[in-house]
Design a protein. Sequence first.
Length: 252
Amino acid sequence: MKISAAIITLNEENNIARAIRSVAWADEIVVVDSGSTDATGKIAEDLGARVIGQEWLGFGRQKQFAVEAASNDLILSLDADEEVTPELASEIRKHLESGMLADGYRIPRLAVYAGRKIRHGGWYPDRQLRLFDRRKGQWSDDVIHESFKLKEGSTAEDLRSDLLHFTCSNIAEHARMIQERYAPLSAQSMFEKGKRTSLLKIATAPAFSFVRDYVLRAGFLDGPQGLIIAGFGAYNVFLKNVLLWQMARSPK
């Protein structure tokens, strides 16, 4: 059974080569680029990928576009900052040889944060449904934390080997991602779903988040990175609740 690897990009020249090389064994690699101004497209083409330009549609819709642009029904969806480990590639190929009994496969994702693999604090195993028959579902339209949704009655199984996710290389990048993406998009998503917050929650939820991730979920075992992650997690909770509180009072 043939497989297509699908990747969406925007200015990913520092990551795209690693991602593509990790799926060089796939029958096809499709890269959907939303207007990169760096060398992303050239690097991808030089490595044998088919590059398609598409204006930004939102995370879920952009990934769905990539899925539909592929030549094969079996899809391995990959972000540009991710890497398929040799162990995962071998496990996937074994399933391909056996005929792929399930409609989708959930893959454990292991984050690499500031040079360290993060196994605690709620970050692992972070299973993602990334290997699937595209005829059995589609990507959600969520503005953040998009996911591939299988149709009712479809089957899904878990793979054992990790997908590496190279998240933030430094603290400044993490702060910027929270301020520019995670907190605003989370607040927008909650607002659109009718959720609201309060001053009490703004004051208490960040502290709960920190204790949960650093203590209860053993984030402290990840060393300094675990402390930083828990702190930024609390900051994200604070900021998204403040933004949601503001939206509720100024809907426009």
